[in-house]
Design a protein around this ligand. Structure first.
Ligand SMILES: [Zn+2]
Length: 233
């Protein structure tokens, strides 16, 4: 398994900008028990039609109380199926926006939102790698880009959570973790047939399978940094 992230050094030499967002973002939560107002960053399902989610989630600007949020989340989760975990701040729908600068074969809207050009998607397909993806609605005339969808399912191995998980709030479910100095994944949590996932405790971190990493290495795309991540039993 490998962590995948933007290559900041490459980015400094080849600056570009993508100002884009998913059209629907669930509200955050304000909890009177742990006194936190929070949302999870990094969970996005671009393949899910916005209309489907909107049926269950009213347009609200303010954070909801945990019970209100749970009701909405349960309804959405039921409609989407168990592949999709729903959190405060989860985003839905095809990403839309504008770009500036030269956009390469692989590109990042932010360090947790990865897009590939159609030519790269075809290479994945030819290698038998099956991804969930949605076309990004960007103002680029030369070619199409696709956002890769990844669910937050890979869990950190308990041994690398040095101080142990902070207590989970019984009311809102908030459970902050400290970033471990050495990351390792719990092998049992990593789905074997899924090429890309997010780390459940840190959904902004994308993890890819050896098979996907090998195709990416062969393509030698710029702005992609892959770091080996240990998996432990
Ligand atoms: Zn709470």
């Amino acid at each position: 398994m490998f962590l995948i992230q933007p290559d900041d050094e490459w980015g400094k030499r080849h600056p570009y900008e993508i100002n884009a967002r998913h059209p629907l973002s669930l509200p955050g939560v304000r909890c009177s028990v742990c006194r936190a107002t929070w949302a999870t960053t990094g969970v996005a399902y671009p393949t899910v039609p916005v209309e489907l989610v909107r049926r269950f989630c009213p347009v609200v600007n303010d954070p909801l109380d945990p019970k209100q949020f749970r009701e909405i989340a349960e309804n959405i989760q039921q409609a989407l199926g168990e592949r999709y975990s729903v959190h405060p701040g989860t985003e839905f729908g095809a990403i839309e926006g504008k770009t500036k600068g030269l956009i390469g074969e692989a590109t990042w809207v932010n360090p947790w939102t990865l897009l590939f050009r159609r030519s790269v998607m075809e290479r994945f397909h030819a290698a038998g790698i099956s991804l969930h993806f949605a076309r990004a609605l960007l103002n680029i005339r030369s070619g199409e880009f696709f956002e890769i969808e990844a669910a937050p399912v890979a869990r950190l191995h308990p041994s690398c959570i040095s101080s142990g998980p902070t207590e989970c709030c019984a009311s809102c479910g908030r459970q902050p973790y400290q970033m471990p100095s050495n990351l390792a994944l719990d092998l049992a949590s990593v789905p074997q047939d899924v090429p890309i996932t997010r780390i459940k405790e840190f959904p902004t971190m994308l993890v890819i399978s050896d098979a996907l990493a090998s195709v990416l290495s062969a393509l030698a795309l710029p702005d992609i940094l892959m770091t080996n991540i240990e998996t432990l039993r």
